[in-house]
Design a protein around this ligand. Sequence first.
Ligand SMILES: Cc1ncc(COP(=O)(O)O)c(C=O)c1O
Length: 396
Amino acid sequence: MTDKPIPSPPPSPILSSRRAARVAPFLAMDVMSAAAAREARGEGVVHMEVGQPSAPAPRGVIAAAQAALATGALPYTQALGLPALRERIARHYAETYGVAVAPSRIVVTTGSSAGFVLAFLALFDAGARVAVPQPGYPAYRSLLHALDLVPAPLILRDADRFAPTGVALRDLHAREALACILVMSPANPSGTVIEPERLADLCATARGLGLRFISDEIYHGLAYGLPTETALRYDDDAIVINSFSKTWCMTGWRIGWMVVPDWLVRPVERLAQNLYISAPYLSQVAALAAFDAVEEVEAVRAGYAANRALLLDAFPGLGLGRTHPADGAFYLYADVSALTNDASAFCRRMLDEAGVAATPGLDFDAVDGGHHVRFSFAGSRSDCIDAVRRLKGWLR
Ligand SMILES: Cc1ncc(COP(=O)(O)O)c(C=O)c1O
């Protein structure tokens, strides 16, 4: 028998761009899929993996959407958004923060996610470095990579309550020549609220260094004691990004906004026209009613506050007592190093064996995330009670 030559494999096709290959998957979404598979097998899951309110959108929002839908006409709007909504958002700044913002500076977007793409595209050329908090929301990093920009991790320290500081910014800029700093308060996953004096210092430091300032304020309105101040109070040129997703329980409506300086309105408008034409009409009309739902929003916030207290009380007894500040948002970011050094494997087992879905820290921090897990308490009180009961049995 003669040996047949083994055919060499065909050259592997180029499947995606290098930019796309640099974008990491969202581990939280992967956990969500594994949890869905478990549920499809008829096994229960307590969902603490995704930052998603379990409460519905405010009643007025739903009624406004129903009325708009009944007319049958759902047109495009101007790329910058419905004038009435831009005016209503501007009024929100006057009423909530006492800060005057002209409606012409408001851009309505398809969730805050689109706001980041618009800001990055409008502000920077390829190669610009943007300081992003670490641990921090993973999409900042991924979007910057996808746009040929460079995320520069601004490491948050326990000694600073995991808040960025002017000193840390100055040090990073000396090493990495930044173009911008992006901050969030309250933060995901740490929950840290940047206190007003520190925010003022950060804005002044960035301005002194000639850096752009982007402030993600999506969790404003969800804090448990500390005040949440807009960066616009300290820097009229700050680019503020916000959304109806979290505070108003409207994740799937895909509606958010940005506040930009006058000189950035037209560049952002041109990009928005071409990227998505306009945010969904139905969601824009509905969002107009959101700011009036003060009592409903406060009731939801009070529910989160109770969930937070319940978990903060129970976690130490489970070996999960070392958590980041949780001043706001709806997460407990827990150090699990007493239990494991592999948070991803830990989360897989926690889902398989206890039916509790949570997100491994590597989503938020490529360095220290291996021994952290993020638990969302945006679900119901009974979810939190059930999670503690399951974890008690599992971690015994
Ligand atoms: C800090 C932060 N910013 C932005 C977003 C994106 O939200 P959306 O696009 O729904 O407004 C999230 C979602 O989890 C977040 O946690």
